[in-house]
Design a protein around this ligand. Structure first.
Ligand SMILES: CC(C)(COP(=O)(O)OP(=O)(O)OC[C@H]1O[C@@H](n2cnc3c(N)ncnc32)[C@H](O)[C@@H]1OP(=O)(O)O)[C@@H](O)C(=O)NCCC(=O)NCCS
Length: 157
């Protein structure tokens, strides 16, 4: 992530995140969706450029609990894909989970979302089950899980 940094979302980022959702997602989150997660203790991290700290290249949203964290959303803007940004966001999230002694990270992904599926499998997630008609358009979901119970704490986070 040369020249880019990962930091928690601020309210100033919200218009950009909502715009990215509208352009890049089948079922876009609105402003309230992001605020609901942060209000309830969830994390929204954004990748921005070091120069202006305002251009957003990607973001990840996850919910924390004592046992298993839920990865709720991860997006990289269309021009910045296949450069390892999603992998890097996930790597940092996973390291934080390991250091927080969490047992697992779980997620759901559309069966048709090959890019996300490949990404998650590359990061070590496995499919645990298929849920029929999970999404509002009737599409099935893969439930995926990354077990962390045997992972050693990481020094770099
Ligand atoms: C899924 C998404 C976040 C991946 O972001 P990215 O920054 O391009 O991913 P990375 O560059 O870190 O890719 C890491 C690995 O994921 C896999 N991958 C990523 N995009 C892929 C694609 N289009 N096709 C196949 N594999 C892909 C590859 O294994 C890749 O490693 P490689 O480039 O060495 O082959 C991005 O495509 C996106 O924003 N999609 C729209 C939003 C979305 O569907 N989010 C998931 C919601 S569950």
């Amino acid at each position: 992530m040369n020249g880019l940094s990962l930091r928690p979302m601020s309210e100033d980022d919200l218009p950009v995140l909502v715009q990215m959702e509208q352009h890049l997602q089948l079922a876009p989150w609105g402003r309230d969706g992001f605020l609901k997660e942060t209000d309830q203790g969830g994390e929204v991290w954004v990748v921005t450029d070091d120069e202006t700290d305002s251009r957003v290249f990607g973001y990840v949203v996850f919910r924390k609990s004592d046992d298993a964290w839920q990865l709720l959303n991860i997006v990289v803007d269309a021009e910045s894909r296949r450069k390892g940004l999603a992998k890097e966001m996930l790597r940092k999230m996973i390291n934080l989970a390991i250091n927080s002694q969490v047992n697992a990270i779980q997620l759901q992904v559309r069966k048709s979302n090959n890019a996300a599926l490949q990404l998650y499998q590359k990061m070590g997630f496995g499919i645990t089950r298929v849920q029929k008609s999970f999404y509002s358009n009737g599409e099935d979901a893969y439930h995926m899980d990354l077990s962390l119970s045997d992972s050693e704490p990481q020094i770099r986070i």
